[in-house]
Design a protein around this ligand. Sequence first.
Ligand SMILES: Nc1ncnc2c1ncn2[C@@H]1O[C@H](COP(=O)(O)OP(=O)(O)OP(=O)(O)O)[C@@H](O)[C@H]1O
Ligand SMILES: [Mg+2]
Length: 536
Amino acid sequence: MAGKIKCISGPTVSVEMSGLKLYDRVYVGHAMLTGEVVRLEKDMAVVQIYEDTRGLGIGEPVKGVGMPLTVRLGPGLLSEMFDGLQRPLKRLKEDMGPFITGGKEIYAIDYMKNWRFHPLRKRGEDIKTGEILGYIEEGAFKHFIHSNRSGRIKWITDGDCSLNEAIGEVEDGSMLFGCHEWPVRMPRQYKRKLSPSEPLITGQRCIDFLFPIARGGTVIMPGGFGTGKTILEQSIAKFADVDIVVYVGCGERGNEMAELIDDFSNLTDPWTGRGLMERTILVVNTSNMPVAAREASIYTAVTMAEYYRDMGYHVLLLADSLSRWAEASREISSSLEEMPGEEGYPTYLASRLAGFFERAGVVETLSGKVGSLSMVLSVSPPGGDFTEPVTQACLRTAGAFLMLDTSLAHRRHFPAINWFQSYSLYAKEIIPNFKERVSSQWEELMHRCREILQREEALREVAEIVGIEGLQDADRLLMKASEMIRLEFLCQNAYTGDAFSPPEKTVSKIADIFKFYDNAEEKLKQGVHLDEVLKQ
Ligand SMILES: Nc1ncnc2c1ncn2[C@@H]1O[C@H](COP(=O)(O)OP(=O)(O)OP(=O)(O)O)[C@@H](O)[C@H]1O
Ligand SMILES: [Mg+2]
């Protein structure tokens, strides 16, 4: 399939070409820039280009690939860093230096590398599509290879292989491979969805204790400028109790991404003691990279995350920030002259977002394993206004809402999660698990903590009128206890050893505060003066 460029308008190009399908991938111009067909009209197609279109000219050739935008899935993805189109950035840099120009195709997977394949099925056995053929050791993980065909196995390798050769064959002559391609916009298949029931421990006390999240859940963290979204996303990426982390830097600052890479290379996973990078995949589309590829980047990331979920792993996808993704779709939509919806966002914004959130969950995979894909996504509402369309659309579908509060951030209370406005719909399922695994008092302590914070709020209003000295001693003591909860328990500095708080530490910290409070109350009753009591 070949054609030529008729008209260019920024990243949107009209091409004269027949035989294309909607969402087909095309190579445009002599530079072979990657694009996607977004509209078809008779023999004309409108193509959205994912790279810089400077220097592109009318009449240059266009080549159809005959496939939609896909990612390559196979061993070797872990600890890599990709751009929004899944090009491996480290290898691109080795090839062309730090300034990457468009049109360079380097595969995400190294097809020449040798891997040791361990078969789990034998010759003569029947296999179905999606069942496990065997595994390859990818770092500390067993990278399970699923069959791409059904049939009786004619032969299967046991030993070294590279990914460009077959690892087996079924009797109808179809070859079995260790890697494959998958369209990014198509969710990967599974047998059935299960409801989330296991906790996803983040190591952040405020989240684990007050707003626990579930493996397979979806969490949004909207917050105005400087409320600590990036730091919280990165802390969760470092400390979350999951097997694999996929982190998308979506339209945010490049230096933050550079810091993240430095941090990850030096830190170890607190749950396994292995290098953090070994379990991480980074997808980078910072603010200076082409905006259209940003739209694709979250799909590239979620498809890789689903791929590891299909092996029975617990995967966490983090994106900072979803608003930049929505802005990218707004730019694309307006360059296509589509009818704008609220605040200029495309009318399909909410359904696109819902479709994306729907890819999270706990599933029984085609091979019968259970894997989960959780999402923690930050949202940056302009001016901190939560009524804007992206936050509202996310709120409708997300299972937990962690509202980052500008006034808390101004007081340097980090993480600035507002404990009155935030919620988690997973709490009911997750708390029994914490009660069983960590402490039977978990729920009781949590209710007490919330109650004290609420009573403090009410007392604060009274204190504003009568002054703190006008309050009764018991109330002043409660305010002291509440201050301890806020400053010693809910605040967690991301730059100290306290950045990670395992659930045992979380529960013992809050129990210590209550112990102090109970003792002090007892002393007050015995007639000890409040100042004396507070000194201890
Ligand atoms: N847990 C934390 N511990 C200590 N400091 C923090 C913490 N979280 C945030 N901060 C401080 O707040 C600053 C802003 O945080 P961050 O960059 O994460 O905000 P943001 O919401 O991502 O901002 P932007 O809207 O600009 O992207 C950080 O530079 C840091 O000084
Ligand atoms: Mg940020």
